[in-house]
Design a protein around this ligand. Structure first.
Ligand SMILES: [Zn+2]
Length: 248
């Protein structure tokens, strides 16, 4: 059986699947993988959350980097892999997508917000760290470009940060709880473009597998979980998922 046919069959035999996505699905939309060799985090140390809280200079640097990298994220559009996942959600097979990505491309592909579980947050908007009020980036950028003063909350004066989970910042409680629930409720767990090295997120496929789910991993490079998977494909996500789901 071909790889695509094997994947299509696992999908057809599933009653409830969960899709878990990492950087690999977004690189096919032109978004660089920050953690890959040669990626930005191998050249520039990430700003730790404690430094962001403690230092105005660190906050200024964080916002400089954000606006320097932002055009790439803003220009990115969902690819065939995102569309295939959205189709599985539309058909009702996949109740939720768990993602390590912060680019919002699953939502842009048509999956409702409440069905996307973001483990590392979202970089397409900002929130106040004190009152959680949402702040839009366009507004922050205009003010920041004037004198590079890091933004403060219009309501409470608190620190405003992109809605991402930084290094040193606690994993978000509610998304982690929901991801665990979905992993335990699924009979098929599909990993798309994650090397499964960032814990605790990387623990979900093993959790699902221990609970009786079948496990599919589609990733360019081998992962530490390949040996427990029912199907491992080292192929492009858009091409493989698109063909298996029947989406262009
Ligand atoms: Zn606030």
């Amino acid at each position: 059986m071909s790889d695509v046919a094997a994947l299509a069959r696992l999908l057809a035999e599933s009653r409830r699947a969960v899709v878990f996505t990492g950087a690999g699905i977004s690189t096919e939309s032109g978004i660089p993988d920050f953690r890959s060799p040669g990626g930005i985090w191998t050249k520039m140390a990430p700003i730790d959350f404690s430094d962001f809280l403690a230092s105005e200079d660190a906050r200024r640097e964080a916002w400089r980097r954000k606006f320097a990298s932002d055009p790439t994220i803003r220009a990115a559009r969902p690819n065939r892999g995102h569309r295939a996942v959205a189709e599985l959600v539309r058909r009702g097979l996949v109740p939720a997508v768990i993602t390590q990505n912060i680019d919002g491309l699953h939502q842009m592909s048509g999956i409702p917000d409440e069905k996307v579980i973001e483990l590392h947050g979202n970089t397409t908007y900002a929130t106040c760290l004190d009152c959680r009020e949402r702040h839009e980036l366009d507004e922050i950028r205009l003010a920041f470009e004037r004198d590079e003063t890091p933004p403060r909350c219009r309501s409470c004066g608190g620190l405003v940060k992109t809605a991402t989970i930084s290094f040193g910042q606690a994993m978000p409680v509610e998304p982690m709880r929901r991801a665990e629930e979905e992993a335990l409720g699924a009979d098929l767990f599909v990993v798309l473009g994650s090397s499964l090295v960032v814990y605790p997120a990387a623990g979900f496929p093993a959790l699902a597998k221990r609970n009786g789910a079948r496990l599919v991993i589609i990733n360019r490079e081998p992962t530490d979980f390949d040996h427990i998977a029912d199907l491992v494909l080292h192929s492009a996500i858009g091409e493989t998922m698109g063909a298996a789901v029947g989406v262009d």
